[in-house]
Design a protein. Structure first.
Length: 609
């Protein structure tokens, strides 16, 4: 173990800082539910943008991105479209503003603004709560597993047992990461449930500053190493372009990587890419899933600030994050023979990040980096936990218990936070690895969400019954298919889950009555969506001849296309920079400049509440 006293001091100082922040904002958070869940809608959009970006700079995701960067090189810039990362562009262009106009506290509460009251609205409200909780639990378990695997490298179990006079056999090797994860989830839970949204945002700011310093340092270390060594990689590794097949052959360099590619199921890359793009466009058009991203949007001061917040996330997150990712990829490839990738008796490429940190990051900086990455986990965990609490407390407890005392509500909020923590830990115990959880979340689980949540924005005839049956018929196969077809890549379940869910949506909507017209007119006037709303538009204009419909569809789609090019370029430029590919860096910088000017004129200057 290479941690020295200064490294431990930095880590401990950061942990104490976030706990102090939580208790500092405790009194403010206790003023009202809105203060606790949304920071009272007083936080600046750029602070929320930093917080949102910081929450996405999670440790499990960073481990995964370093792994795919190592294996797939420049082609790895496309693989995060599994999330899809370009959903932030749809949010920045129009969906964040639409969502923020609802003036609600959670995504489940938004349902009443779209479907009103009655059986259909009640069913849709319940099913989105179920989905939100399952989604949050999945994200919590995903972060939990990644953190434990990460910490195990730096604090070996045998070393810890020796200092605490414990028998190492007390915990089976495969569950040691879970034990480490438990310790830091408890810390994250402490400040998240104490100070609410405000404490999360301020803790994220300090975390982001640390990660920026660490990322620049890692990039410099990697570039110095690269200037004295040759990067030996397969043909095609340095190019983001691809054909029908992946065509990356590591046989004569690191043969084990070919097995990793086979296990990932990405060999037919063009088919994988088209499936990923198709799913990604639908997921993005559906709007944010009910998690911490949605809560940050709802916490902004206004619809235009919600759009700015979503837009700035790409600028804040990607350059810093990919400086670090590419730095560790370069060090991993250059010094692969020095890395310890064995975990629980088998080769695990997800150990590239922690092993490279352990091997190449100097003392002092090591403590800062570890504190930042631990903070990344706690940021993601705290934000997700806050979102899950919001759904359970606001959409279940307060619907049953009318007008509880502030003390009773706080007690329930704290209890729910601890209960959700425990359930996520149980899920984490059964998770194979970070990649398996990620694939399930972004493919199967999000596949069940798409149909109902696309139709709710764009089709007036879609109602609460349709939403309920669409979500239910998608959610059931999303939970069952991975258990039955264990060797199939989760992404390939998506078309079938989508077809089943679409059928549930359409049939459920058409065999039941439409949402009442007053609710639809109110929603249409307040949110002002474009899409298939003509019957409602005519009713609104008949009552209010001065009402102007939203005619921004073509401009929004243009901005989405330009925005995706802009975002991919922002991801790519730090990769080329660290690899010291100066011609490509200049070309991408030019693309960023041109697309930024276009977006300034066609998006930023056109924002309105």
């Amino acid at each position: 173990m290479r941690l020295n006293i200064w490294d431990f001091a930095v880590i401990l100082a950061y942990i104490l800082l976030v706990i102090v922040i939580g208790f500092y904002f405790k009194r403010r958070a206790q003023k009202s539910e809105k203060e606790y869940m949304l920071g009272g809608n007083t936080l600046p959009w750029y602070m929320l943008g930093i917080s949102n970006a910081s929450g996405m700079f999670d440790i499990s995701g960073t481990m995964w991105l370093v792994t795919i960067g190592f294996v797939y090189g420049l082609k790895s810039v496309w693989i995060p479209w599994l999330w899809p990362t370009f959903n932030q562009i749809f949010l920045m262009v129009y969906l964040s503003a639409w969502l923020r106009r609802s003036n609600v506290i959670t995504g489940a509460a938004w349902i009443s603004t779209r479907f009103g009251k009655g059986q259909g609205a009640s069913l849709s409200h319940k099913i989105v709560i179920v989905y939100a909780i399952i989604s949050c639990l999945g994200f919590l378990a995903y972060g939990f597993v990644g953190l434990g695997k990460f910490i195990e490298i730096f604090i070996p179990w045998e070393w810890l047992c020796g200092h605490l006079s414990l028998n190492p056999a007390l915990v089976s090797p495969e569950y040691i990461p879970h034990l480490y994860g438990l310790v830091f989830t408890i810390i994250a839970t402490a400040y998240a449930i104490t100070g609410g949204m405000s404490s999360i945002v301020w803790a994220d700011l300090f975390h982001y500053i640390m990660m920026t310093v660490a990322s620049i340092a890692i990039a410099v270390i990697a570039m110095v190493a690269l200037s004295h060594n040759t990067l030996v990689v397969p043909d095609g590794w340095m190019s983001p372009f691809f054909g029908k097949h992946l065509d990356l052959d590591w046989s004569n360099i690191i043969p084990e990587v070919n097995q990793k590619i086979q296990e990932d199921g990405f060999s037919l890359f063009s088919i994988f890419f088209m499936m990923m793009l198709f799913k990604g466009l639908l997921v993005s058009a559906a709007g944010p899933a009910p998690n911490y991203d949605m809560q940050k949007i709802l916490a902004t001061k206004s619809p235009s600030e919600a759009a700015k917040m979503s837009g700035v996330v790409s600028v804040i997150l990607n350059p810093v994050r990919y400086l670090m990712i590419t730095g560790f990829v370069v060090l991993g490839v250059l010094y692969y023979d020095k890395l310890n990738l064995m975990a629980a008796g088998h080769l695990d490429f997800e150990q590239i990040l922690p092993s490279a940190i352990n091997e190449f990051v100097p003392a002092g900086l090591l403590g800062l980096l570890l504190a930042g990455l631990i903070g990344a986990f706690m940021s993601t965990f705290a934000g997700t936990l806050n979102a899950a609490q919001a759904y359970v407390v606001n959409d279940i407890y307060l619907q049953i218990k009318k007008n509880p005392t502030p003390k009773a509500q706080r007690s329930v909020t704290y209890f729910i936070g601890v209960f959700i923590l425990l359930i996520s830990l149980v899920i984490g115990l059964y998770a194979k690895d970070v990649n398996s959880l990620l694939q399930w979340i972004v493919s199967s689980l999000w596949g069940s969400y798409i149909a109902a949540n696309v139709l709710k924005w764009y089709w007036w005839r879609f109602n609460g019954q349709g939403y309920f049956w669409g979500m239910l018929t998608g959610l059931i196969p999303a939970l069952i298919f991975p258990l039955i077809f264990k060797t199939t890549l989760d992404l390939y379940f998506f078309p079938l889950i989508l077809v089943i869910s679409v059928a549930g949506c359409i049939i459920g909507a058409l065999i039941s009555k439409p949402t009442d017209m007053e609710t639809l007119k109110s929603f249409y006037k307040q949110v002002r969506p474009w899409g298939f709303w003509k019957p409602i538009q005519e009713l609104v204009i008949a009552e209010d001849p001065g009402f102007v419909k939203n005619t921004d569809f073509k401009r929004d789609m243009f901005n989405v296309a330009i925005g995706i090019i802009w975002q991919v370029s922002i991801v790519t430029i730090p990769v080329y920079f660290v690899l010291m590919q100066w011609t490509q860096t200049a070309v991408v910088a030019t693309i960023i400049a041109v697309t930024s000017i276009i977006l300034k004129k066609t998006w930023w200057d056109k924002l309105k509440d």
